[in-house]
Design a binder for this molecule. Structure first.
Ligand code: CU
Length: 233
């Protein structure tokens, strides 16, 4: 079933009808329980000079009302109809920290690894899924960019810096477009146009673990799906 919306605008001489189909999934992940305090990062002298304030680990990034950031939310199946990606995600190294801490890419989608710092980083990716190749590259010069991709789905590929032992990042690799990373309030929104069907929606967090829910959506549904993850002992 398709829904048609009428669009008008100054630039348009006549209203045009655009077909809209598929479901919209959004929601929120909250954390139950009190996580252990984050640890202060002990920078070395060179990295320490880039910081005027203390920096901390990002094991549980929680909003005042319990929203959990950095949760990788995705459809477990591979729904048909994904559009090819058009962007080039960037994993940056800023002030001796990876930014973002958790991100996602599509299988075979080139993404950039960038060194924004005036010092050497060593980017070491340690995927576990066969076919996704481990790599270990030095980025000695500020502004250096290396493009990589992974061919197979993996949640999540760990990145570390072999020069700075506190530097970690995690990259989800998905073979479809319906995934998201929760924001600072724990909120997520999958791209629209999810074909009607029954799916398993998974929320995965590095420390708090995984939860999943079965969802059934019809075309043009707007569904809110919320998860609660618990602090693990
Ligand atoms: Cu580094």
């Amino acid at each position: 079933m398709k829904r048609y919306i009428a669009m008008t605008g100054a630039a348009l001489t006549a209203a045009v009808a655009l077909p809209v189909s598929g479901a919209d999934i959004s929601g929120r992940v909250t954390l139950k329980g009190t996580p252990p305090p984050e640890k202060k990062i002990e920078f070395d002298a060179t990295c320490g000079k880039l910081h005027t304030k203390d920096a901390f680990t990002r094991h549980h990034v929680v909003s005042p009302d319990g929203g959990l950031a950095n949760v990788f939310v995705y459809i477990k199946e591979t729904p048909p109809g994904s559009k090819p990606p058009t962007d080039t995600p960037v994993l940056d190294q800023v002030n001796c920290l990876y930014e973002p801490y958790v991100m996602g890419v599509r299988t075979n989608q080139p993404f950039k690894i960038k060194n924004s710092d005036p010092l050497m980083h060593n980017v070491h990716a340690t995927p576990k899924v066969p076919g996704n190749k481990e790599f270990n590259i030095g980025q000695p010069v500020q502004g250096m960019v290396t493009e990589k991709n992974f061919p197979n789905r993996e949640v999540l590929v760990r990145f570390k810096c072999d020069v700075h032992p506190w530097m970690f990042a995690y990259v989800g690799v998905m073979d479809h477009q319906w995934w998201a990373v929760t924001d600072k309030d724990g909120k997520f929104k999958l791209p629209g146009d999810l074909p009607a069907g029954t799916y398993t929606l998974v929320a995965y967090h590095l420390k708090a673990g995984e939860a999943s829910q079965q969802i059934t959506v019809a075309d043009t549904d707007k569904k809110e799906v919320n998860f609660t993850l618990e602090v693990k002992p």
